[in-house]
Design a protein around this ligand. Structure first.
Ligand code: MET
Length: 571
């Protein structure tokens, strides 16, 4: 079986914040790391990239009077480094929509949709001062649904509704602020109307698609799918491949979505295995996972599948679209302009990145919007990570060292009692349950299994008290430590997708090496044998001794420095 893992392509014109990170890329990374252990490294490909076209960048470039590509080159490099080097995101390919492979793929793909493409005249707002059509974000105004003051021509950032420029109240040119006129221009439309039934049948029959995704897709279909314009009069973008559309570019969503395909093509091309991408897109025995924020559901659950269907190539449709709800920051929306939140180039200077990864997975807004608070972040590190997991590991390892000179004792199965057997069952079942939840896109729920196992292990030690058993009943003490040392191997493997370095550290303390060569399916077996010598012990995690107020104060200091270093586009 092949597994394709994708995460939404971040717009390159803003540094992602922690909500963006957990919504897409970090969740996808945790899943990809799990999938490699479960299905084998060679059967998993994880792609994403920078979404770098679109009006906001063209606006910025115009304001600064430089080429948009200059701005995106810098910003792409900045983001890519942050993801890969700082946040340990294990992309197989982090591409960009300016990649030549992508541009060529998009142009070839779109001409294949010919049957469903219509040319129509459309009235587009036009700024007479700037001599420019004003699609999407070139135009701003008040959202007709929620009254948000800063809505864009294509979508309201507040309520998430898709908009048309006509529907905006008090529309203004985003560059000069003057009201636009409406001018007639020709555009190329992708006619989605034929795909309503197909999308409904596909999504409602899926047993793996999460409910929030199903309900958005079905309500779209119910409202009726209409032709959507896929061309723009912008200069910055991929030139439209249609005859007569030489001066137009492709609307950013219709090409960025194809990045999932083109980045897979590019990955294998770079490996010199040009045909192999097809195994991930055209063969039946593949599962495809998309990790996105909820505002992106219509594009992934309706538009992308419709494009794939329309191409007539039998591409695999998404198996699981794991769409998160929103992460709030201390009760408020993240806001760049109001500096509410934490950004991914700041967070790593405040706290260990793997601690962050754990915090964010534990706060992943899986069922509902979730509030990030510093108090909760500290609780997660100090209680869950340090006490529940770290102390448990340390208790077990120290006892093996103290009572057995670091050598794992021999169990005697005939005298296993119920508590022994229960922990063995939990060792066996926890990774299995975690994997099943992960495969439904439930990453936070899956992570719960780690804590359940660690807490049960702690209780087991308390109840069985091996420190006194060693004096009164050595055989039972042997059993307890044999079983609990094995539970640590299980825990290390389960922790790996979230905390790759710390889990490897635990694995080494167990006297084992190369955690990445483990398999998920073996995580629940008791593979540490009697006579095995454990490694050197040290405490795994440290408590954070700062208060929320102190952390926030330090963040302010960090922010002042970081903002100076950001590339132009990201200031
Ligand atoms: N750039 C989009 C966003 O951040 C996602 C594109 S996914 C192909 O919402």
């Amino acid at each position: 079986m092949k597994v394709l893992v994708t995460s939404a392509w971040p717009y390159v014109n803003a540094v992602p914040h922690l909500g963006n990170l957990i919504g897409s890329i970090l969740s996808a990374d945790v899943f990809a790391r799990y999938a490699r252990l479960k299905y084998g490294k060679e059967n998993v490909v994880f792609v994403s990239g920078s979404d770098e076209h679109g009006t906001p960048i063209e606006i910025e470039a115009r304001k600064r009077n430089i080429e948009p590509k200059k701005l995106t080159d810098q910003a792409h490099a900045y983001d890519k480094k942050l993801f890969i080097d700082t946040w340990k995101i294990s992309f197989d390919n982090y591409s960009r929509t300016e990649s030549e492979v992508h541009k060529e793929f998009v142009r070839n793909f779109l001409v294949k949709l010919e049957k469903y493409i219509k040319v129509e005249e459309d009235e587009i707002p036009y700024c007479e001062k700037d001599k420019l059509f004003l699609p999407d974000r070139f135009i701003k105004g008040v959202c007709p649904y929620c009254g948000f003051e800063d809505a864009r021509g294509d979508q309201c950032d507040n309520c998430g509704r898709l908009l048309t420029p006509r529907s905006l109240v008090n529309a203004k040119c985003a560059l000069c602020g003057n009201p636009p006129v409406f001018k007639v221009t020709k555009h190329w439309f992708f006619d989605l109307s034929e795909f309503g039934d197909k999308i409904r049948d596909w999504i409602s029959s899926s047993s793996t698609m999460p409910d929030n995704v199903k309900s958005v897709a079905l309500s779209w279909v119910k409202e009726g799918l209409r032709p959507r314009s896929i061309t723009r009069d912008n200069m910055w973008g991929i030139p439209a491949p249609f005859a007569g559309a030489e001066n137009k570019t492709i609307y950013v969503w219709f090409e960025a979505l194809l990045g999932y395909l083109s980045a897979t093509v590019e990955y294998f091309k770079n490996l010199g295995k040009e045909e192999m991408w097809k195994e991930f897109w055209l063969y039946n025995d593949t599962k495809t996972y998309y990790f996105i924020g909820k505002d992106n559901i219509p594009f992934h659950a309706v538009i992308l599948p419709a494009m794939l269907m329309a191409s007539n190539e039998k591409y695999n449709l998404p198996s699981v679209i794991a769409a998160t709800e929103y992460l709030l920051y201390e009760g408020q929306k993240f806001s760049k302009s109001r500096k509410i939140g934490v950004w991914i180039d700041e967070a790593d200077k405040l706290m260990d990145v793997e601690y962050w990864r754990f915090i964010l997975i534990r706060l992943r807004p899986e069922e509902k919007d979730t509030n990030f608070t510093w108090r909760e972040a500290l609780r997660i590190v100090n209680t869950e990570l340090n006490d529940d997991i770290g102390n448990y590991a340390n208790r077990v390892l120290s006892m093996v060292k103290r009572y057995y000179d670091g050598v794992v004792p021999s169990p005697k199965e005939a005298i296993f009692n119920d508590e022994d057997k229960n922990l063995i069952t939990l060792i066996k079942e926890s990774p299995k349950r975690m994997g099943e939840l992960f495969e439904l896109g439930k990453i936070k729920a899956g992570s719960e299994e780690i804590l359940k196992l660690a807490r049960s292990g702690n209780l087991y030690l308390n109840n069985r008290a091996p420190w006194s058993l060693v004096k009164t009943n050595k055989e039972e003490a042997n059993n307890v430590l044999y079983i609990s040392v094995n539970s640590l191997r299980t825990l290390a493997i389960m922790l790996y997708p979230i905390m790759p370095t710390y889990s490897s550290n635990l694995y080494q303390q167990l006297g084992l090496s190369n955690l990445e060569s483990e398999t998920w399916d073996s995580a629940g077996s008791l593979k540490i044998m009697p006579g095995h010598k454990i490694g050197e012990i040290r405490s795994l995690f440290k408590k954070i001794e700062m208060s929320p107020e102190e952390l926030m104060k330090k963040l302010d200091e960090i922010r002042r420095e970081v903002e100076k270093e950001r590339p132009d586009l990201l200031r």
